[in-house]
Design a protein around this ligand. Structure first.
Ligand SMILES: [Zn+2]
Length: 227
């Protein structure tokens, strides 16, 4: 290997080589077309940085299909035109204003380290650092989610799902976006991925519950022997 490349992760070199031989041949014309005409994704996904919850993998997405922004615990901060730099808000502005996406999906997940740290007030949270301040954005979700007599695992699930709802609420704090939602030009959705089970649930706004979108196929996928 050439000297300048020795520090680059071998895993990425191997993955790229596989991409060149396996996927690129099928996607070549699509990449070319997307380069010429630009991207026109209709769906924006706001997900967590968690390496197990990749929207492109979960939704089997092709290049150009999903406009994705990921951050710790899939949080949408409230609209804050305070002159500071806001990454999620910038992505929203671009997705909504320039790309004119038709759907925004907030994708949360089980076993979210950010939500767990917030619930347990545990490391890596601390008042002075970035993640501690960031996770405080989910305080309204926690305030609406009493622990009651829920088991720790159930409480975390409720908190993870309340955090998704809180992000959906915060989307409506952006005036331009709120108007588009009101007019039916953009639909927002909450989704929750069960990492261990592969189950995807979507928020049913009428009941406030997250319901599995393909329970039979998901059960089948886990029931069939692999070999
Ligand atoms: Zn997470």
């Amino acid at each position: 290997m050439e000297a300048w490349l020795t520090d680059f992760p071998q895993r990425l070199i191997d993955g790229y080589t596989t991409f060149l031989s396996a996927r690129l041949p099928h996607e070549q014309s699509r990449f070319r077309e997307l380069a010429e005409t630009g991207q026109h994704p209709e769906i924006m996904v706001i997900g967590c940085c968690d390496s197990r919850v990749s929207p492109e993998v979960i939704f089997d997405a092709r290049p150009g299909e999903l406009f994705v922004v990921r951050n710790v615990a899939n949080i949408v901060p409230p609209y804050a035109p305070d002159g500071q730099a806001h990454g999620v808000s910038a992505a929203l502005e671009f997705g909504v204003g320039a790309l004119r996406v038709k759907h925004i999906v907030v994708l949360g997940h089980a076993r979210c380290g950010g939500v767990k740290a917030f619930a347990e007030e545990a490391p890596p949270l601390s008042p002075g650092d970035f993640i501690g301040k960031w996770m405080k954005l989910m305080a309204p979700a926690a305030a609406k989610t009493p622990r009651g007599d829920a088991s720790p695992a159930d409480y975390l699930t409720r908190l993870e799902q309340a955090n998704i709802v809180n992000s959906l609420d915060n989307l409506t704090s952006f005036p331009g976006l709120a108007a588009l939602i009101e007019k039916g030009k953009i639909a927002t959705h909450g989704a929750y991925f069960g990492v261990a089970t592969g189950e995807l649930s979507v928020l049913d706004r009428a009941s406030g519950a997250f319901r599995s979108i393909a329970p039979e196929a998901q059960t089948r996928a886990f029931a069939v022997p692999r070999l």
